[in-house]
Design a protein around this ligand. Structure first.
Ligand SMILES: [Zn+2]
Length: 294
């Protein structure tokens, strides 16, 4: 989704009251101003409108929703949502996206999931969602953050950058039944999937079977990957805990997954692939919960 920054002017003409309120409450315009003007000095160009992303988050209606920010990085807030069941939680889920800013189908898929959320389907679920971990990268279409750091390499290190520090604080003390992180791949021909699970009761083959109905699958094996099944690879212990997903597997969840969509395909197909994967995993847990076993 390439909404050019600066489209607030057009939006302000149509919705002057709500935009004024949002400017006061969340200051997305000043965020964009900072990003645009800070980035002009560094040669970056803003290609997406984080203010619009934030407005879509604030338009959500979800059961028992807590929507707040973890903090700000260079004036840009990183959002956190908690919602779902409160009294009979059987499945705690972490969904994350936008760690790499040039992989926009992840944040878009999260927004779609939230806007189309079917509470009846997720009666036993409680969700923690970080929909866009790297807002600077999201706005400027860069993999790294403003200082050129790949946030997927800095979780278990001394003095992590602010984005990683905020994410670690958001999951501190939490245990999730599963965690799923949405990514994209510029070189891939289709969708593929990483999975780490202590029980080795893999859900990946079912994910690939279902995603194939909405998106091509990349059947090629990278020589560095550890295959579990066709287009399903193991979260490799050799990655170390600097990576976000291995960090989660080490400290916060016995089951972690990474979805990779092919950036070269249309956005609608990529978001459909992420959502189909998420639906498959949640249904797997729904069945397992009903059967009293996972
Ligand atoms: Zn990525």
């Amino acid at each position: 989704m390439s909404n050019p920054a600066g489209s607030n002017l057009a939006i302000a003409g149509r919705f002057p009251i709500s935009v004024k309120w949002i400017q006061f409450r969340f200051a997305p315009v000043s965020v964009e101003y900072k990003l645009q003007h800070g980035s002009l000095q560094k040669g970056f160009i803003a290609v997406r409108d984080y203010g619009n992303f934030v407005r879509r988050l604030h338009g959500l209606s979800l059961p028992n929703l807590e929507l707040d920010t973890l903090g700000e990085v260079n004036g840009c807030p990183i959002y956190r949502l908690v919602f779902g069941s409160v009294s009979h939680v059987k499945c705690k889920v972490l969904i994350t996206a936008g760690l790499h800013g040039d992989e926009p189908a992840g944040p878009e898929a999260v927004l779609q999931f939230l806007h189309e959320y079917d509470a009846a389907r997720y009666d036993n679920f409680r969700f923690l969602i970080l929909p866009c971990i790297n807002p600077f990268g999201y706005v400027h279409d860069t993999r790294e953050n403003e200082t050129g750091i790949d946030l997927n390499r800095v979780f278990e290190v001394d003095n992590p950058p602010e984005e990683a520090r905020l994410v670690k604080s958001a999951v501190a003390g939490e245990r999730f039944d599963f965690a799923i992180d949405f990514h994209e791949d510029w070189e891939a021909e289709g969708f593929y999937f990483y999975e780490g699970r202590k029980s080795e009761n893999w859900v990946g083959p079912e994910v690939i079977k279902n995603v194939e109905s909405v998106c091509p699958i990349d059947w090629d094996n990278d020589e560095n990957d550890l295959p579990i099944a066709d287009a399903v690879f193991r979260v490799d212990p050799a990655w170390g805990q600097e990576g976000f997903t291995p960090y989660l597997l080490a400290f916060h969840s016995d089951h972690v997954m990474i979805c990779e969509t092919p950036t070269r395909l249309p956005m609608r197909q990529r978001t459909a692939a992420h959502l189909k994967a998420l639906e498959t995993v949640t249904m797997h847990y729904n069945r397992a919960t009903e059967q009293g076993a996972r």
